[in-house]
Every structure is written in structure tokens, then in C-alpha cells.
Design a protein around this ligand. Structure first.
Ligand SMILES: [Ca+2]
Length: 403
């Protein structure tokens, strides 16, 4: 098979056709010949299909994945790559490395802020300064160094990690050890969290835990101790401000508490668990939160009001981004589901020993997309969206036989 370089227009050989066909056959057999549930095979291969369509590798070796089809948003969007890059981080480490190095190259010099995305070119970045990017970058660097057992990559990226942590810390304006969030300045960009938000709080704690481990591994004992003290303080403040006895509420702003139950509230927690760092919050609280999501966020698709991400003919169960005990609706990004977040929820369930529920979530997504003919094209901001590629992490857990 020969391919054509999009950037140069030249024809380039990717190896003998027969060898490529045989390798592709083995790869396919590895998926469909496995003993995993059929729905997992379908769901995983569907995202591989989207990945092939959506990835961009140029003649200079720069790599990125479109956030959505039809050139939606940008390439290698940090807050979406945080999820989607799990699909290829083990399969294609050099591509993942290239993506993170490119992101580091455009880190803001004055304060260490990590860029949001590349707007259809690798020559520049957009100017959307979201608050989750710095902590997500730190967690991705740690993940890649751990998965590849690559101390030199960790060392290479360390200065950028230290600056990103400093940038996130500066967002704590009331001195409680947790960054405050500006409305719409995180991945739920049309849903304005206010004050201390659980999503950014767990990302901050996860980043501190990962950065502390990297500092220890690199012999920076004093830096590690500082991060560990910051982590303990942030953890105490999170539980004091955001735990309601059953689940972690969406946000607290002064005396005002938003009781929303966010599907991926514990993003920093599952990242750390997956990478062998243990949880950042107590197991019973994490399990209780996941159970609350099951009660409050599990809904039947209702196209009378779910209009942004659903397709005609889509029916069945979904897990919306935000649930409320009084069933209020505060915005479309709250009362509708994103499949990438639903897969992240399935992953957390599996990490906490709820495999049958994890599989049920995957099956619910697959069944409702099957009914509307969108198994291979999940829509968030544009089709063939990057975020659902997180299913690669769940696939790896199922494949390795982890309980
Ligand atoms: Ca604070």
C-alpha cells in the first residue's frame, strides 16, 4: 500500500502491500479473536476507526488528532487529549510524545500556562486560557513516563511540569490550597462552574501527586515534599468544602453550594489510580460518588430536550454530565451526555471493582448509537470526536484481565 503525504503531495511507500495486509489482519484478529465481550470489541474498534480518520501527521513529524470532524475546533486539544490519547499512548508512543512536545513548545513563557489547541496548523495556538490544561498536562507527562518507563522523557519535560504546577497554584486566590475556577474555563465550556469546583480540584490534587512522584524520581526531594504538603492541604479542603456526605458537589462559591453531581468529578483520582499512584480521595467516598452518578445521571435519552449531541433514532440509557437530586436543568452541557465522559465513568467503575456496571455503561452507549447508525461516529463538538477514544484505557484493562 502506498500513501500520499498531505503536506508535500509526494507519494511515499509504507512497506510491501502483503506485509501491511498481514500485519493489519493480525491486529484485527487481536481484537475480534479475543475473548472479551463482543460489545467491547465493537466499541473499541469503532474508536480506532475514528482515530485513523482524525489523526494528522505532517512531514516534520508533528502529530495531532482533530478534536472533531470537519476540522472542528483544533488539533490536539489538551483537555480532550487528556481523555482521547489513551487510545494510542501504548500503541504509538512516538506520536504521543510528539503531541506533548509540541504542546510544551507553546507553553506561555511568562507564567507557564499550557496551550489549549492548534487551530489547524502546528505553527501557532489559540488563545483560550482554560484552567484545567496545566494540571491535565502534568498528568499526561507522568502517564507517558510511567507507561514507557522513560526517565529521560520525564527529565526532559520536568521544567515544563514545574512551571505548569506553578501556573495552576497561582489560581488559588483565597489561600485554601485549591484553585478557584472562572466560569466556562474548563472542558465543560458552556457550563459555568463558580468558586471551588470539584473537577478542577481533583485535577489539581492528581497533578500534585504525579508531580511529587516525578520530583522524587528525579532526586528533587525538597520539591517533592512541598508538593506533598500542598496535596494534603488540597485534599482536606476538598472534603471540607465539597463532600456532602453522599457525593462531591459540583462547586462551592462562598456560602453558595451547587449540588450538581458531575459524571467526571474525580478525573484526577482515576488518572492516579490507573498509573499506580493510588486514589487521591478515600475509596468509600469515590464509590459513593460513582453510585450517586448512577442514581442521578442515568437517564433515558429524551430528544424533546436533548438536542445537541443526540441523533434522530437514538433511544436508550445515557449518563448525563450533571445530575441534580431535584432534576433541574441548568444547561445543555449539564443535561446531555458526552460519550467520552460516559466511557471515563465506565473506566472508574471498573477501577473501583464494578466491572459489570462498567460493561453495562459501554453496552448502553453502543446500543443507543447502534439504533441511530452512529456506532462509528460519536458527536460532541463535531463528529468522530476525540474524547471517546478514552475507551483504549478500558480496553487495556479488560485485555490484561485486571479485575
Ligand atoms: Ca482557593
Amino acid at each position: 500500500m502506498t500513501g500520499t503525504s498531505a503536506s508535500s503531495g509526494s507519494s511515499r511507500s509504507y512497506g510491501p502491500p502483503r506485509a501491511l495486509k498481514a500485519a493489519s489482519g493480525r491486529f484485527r484478529k487481536g481484537i475480534f479473536g479475543s475473548r472479551l465481550p463482543a460489545v467491547m470489541k465493537e466499541a473499541y474498534s469503532a474508536q480506532l476507526f475514528a482515530f485513523v480518520k482524525q489523526s494528522w501527521y505532517d512531514a516534520k513529524g508533528r502529530f495531532g488528532v482533530w478534536e472533531g470532524s470537519c476540522s472542528c475546533c483544533g488539533l490536539q486539544t489538551t483537555d480532550v487529549s487528556f481523555y482521547g490519547s489513551w487510545l494510542y499512548v501504548k500503541l504509538l508512543p512516538m506520536l504521543e510524545k510528539s503531541g506533548l512536545r509540541l504542546t510544551r513548545k507553546f507553553q506561555r513563557k511568562s507564567d507557564g500556562w499550557i496551550p489549549h489547541f492548534f487551530p489547524g496548523t502546528f505553527e501557532r495556538i489559540d488563545t483560550y486560557h482554560r484552567q484545567d490544561l496545566n494540571t491535565q498536562f502534568v498528568l499526561m507527562v507522568f502517564r507517558d513516563a510511567v507507561l514507557w518507563e522513560d526517565r529521560s522523557f520525564m527529565r526532559e519535560m520536568w521544567p515544563a511540569v514545574e512551571k505548569a504546577v506553578g501556573c495552576a497554584r497561582a489560581m488559588d486566590r483565597d489561600g485554601d490550597g485549591l484553585p478557584e475556577v472562572a466560569p466556562a474555563a474548563q472542558t465543560f465550556d458552556s457550563w459555568g462552574f463558580k468558586g471551588t469546583a470539584i473537577y478542577t480540584a481533583t485535577l489539581w490534587m492528581g497533578a500534585l501527586k504525579a508531580a511529587a512522584r516525578m520530583a522524587r524520581d528525579l532526586g528533587k526531594v525538597g520539591v517533592a515534599a512541598g508538593y506533598e504538603a500542598d496535596f494534603d492541604r488540597a485534599r482536606r479542603a476538598t472534603i471540607a468544602k465539597l463532600w456532602n456526605g453522599t457525593y462531591f458537589i459540583l462547586a462551592a462559591d462562598g456560602g453558595k453550594r451547587d449540588p450538581g453531581c458531575l459524571i467526571d468529578a474525580l478525573a484526577g483520582d482515576w488518572y492516579c489510580r490507573l498509573l499506580g499512584l493510588g486514589g487521591i480521595l478515600p475509596d468509600p467516598m469515590v464509590v459513593s460518588h460513582l453510585d450517586a452518578v448512577w442514581r442521578l445521571n442515568r437517564k433515558r435519552v429524551d430528544r424533546s430536550y436533548m438536542k445537541s449531541y443526540e441523533t434522530p433514532g437514538e433511544t436508550g440509557w445515557c449518563y448525563v454530565n450533571g445530575g441534580y437530586p431535584d432534576r433541574r436543568r441548568v444547561g445543555f452541557q449539564q443535561y446531555e451526555p458526552w460519550t467520552g465522559m460516559e466511557y471515563a465513568y465506565a473506566l472508574q467503575l471498573d477501577l473501583m471493582g464494578r466491572r459489570s456496571r462498567a460493561l453495562q455503561v459501554v453496552r448502553n452507549i453502543h446500543d443507543r448509537k447502534d439504533r441511530c447508525g452512529m456506532v462509528w461516529n460519536h458527536v460532541e463538538c463535531g463528529g468522530d470526536y476525540f474524547r471517546p477514544m478514552i475507551i483504549g484505557a478500558l480496553w487495556d484493562r479488560f485485555l490484561s484481565g485486571m479485575p
